[in-house]
Design a protein around this ligand. Structure first.
Ligand code: KIV
Ligand code: NA
Length: 266
């Protein structure tokens, strides 16, 4: 199979074929994901919670991200590899470029940043320097202390219009992907229809172009009470790890996942 690129994802969006994304932090799981056919691998800063045992993503450093990105890249030549820029690693434009370059050298194909329209200058400069970016909107876990907890975002007219404006602004600035976390299904549907780049969702309903889940969550190994959108694909599949990945891919493509019980209403 040909390696997945941003162009593959754009073509899939235009064909209306959903793609799958999973978080991954090491070479062995990355290899299994390549064999199963997972299109996008995210080295998420969720590793602060699921690997390091912290209760938020805030302690994660760029060095931590680079270490895991390099391991994943060694194990997978097939999927598109996206690495999270951790808390405060993109505080300034200069730091954004330096730290994103570290992740690209470690093997990432693009980086992900949490925020909104204030990221525009960073996104443009990254793209000009050869680094595609994904902007993560909605529930942005690095801002948990500002948000006052992990909760659904974008409810109500003011908040949903703001999110759509943010999405349009960062896409105009050059963002290659949008990721929506924990937003109502209708809002995600509007974003998917409005922007011409692929939209990946987690707890954002079935209308996104792609879906993402945290590896440990989808294998049913929980560090905390699982969120509403989590489904155990180890149980849903044939009982093997690769079977769980294949089952996830199938259900994302068929639209069986996410079901209404995994999504949030307005
Ligand atoms: O860090 C992570 O795992 C993420 C996903 C939940 C989207 O950002
Ligand atoms: Na993350």
């Amino acid at each position: 199979m040909k390696a997945i690129t941003l162009r593959t994802l754009r073509d899939m969006k235009s064909r209306g074929e959903a793609f799958s994304c999973l978080t991954c932090y090491d070479a062995t799981f990355a290899g299994a994901m390549a064999r199963a056919g997972v299109e996008v691998i995210l080295i998420g800063d969720s590793l602060g919670m699921v690997l390091q045992g912290h209760d938020s993503t805030l302690p994660v450093t760029t060095d931590d991200m680079a270490y895991h990105t390099a391991a994943v890249a060694r194990g997978n030549r097939q999927s598109l590899i996206m690495a999270d820029m951790p808390f405060m690693s993109y505080a300034t434009v200069a730091e954004t470029l330096t730290n994103a370059a570290t992740l690209m050298r470690a093997g990432a194909h693009l980086v992900k940043l949490e925020g909104g329209a204030w990221l525009c200058e960073r996104v443009t400069q990254l793209a000009q320097g050869g680094i595609p970016s994904c902007v993560h909107l909605g529930l942005t876990p690095q801002s948990v202390n500002v948000l006052g907890g992990y909760r659904v975002q974008g409810r109500g007219e003011a908040s949903s219009s703001q999110l759509i404006e943010d999405a349009c602004a960062v896409v105009a600035a050059g963002a290659a992907l949008i990721l929506l976390e924990c937003v109502p299904t209708d809002l995600a549907k509007r974003v998917q229809a409005t922007v011409d780049v692929p939209v990946i969702g987690i707890g954002a309903g079935p209308h996104c172009d792609g879906q993402v889940l945290v590896l440990h969550d989808m294998l049913g190994i929980h560090h905390a009470k699982p969120a509403r959108f989590v489904k155990d694909f180890l149980q849903a599949g044939d009982g093997s790890i690769e079977g769980a990945f294949r089952c996830y891919i199938e259900q994302v493509k068929s639209g069986d996942y996410p079901a209404p019980e995994h999504a949030f209403a307005d």
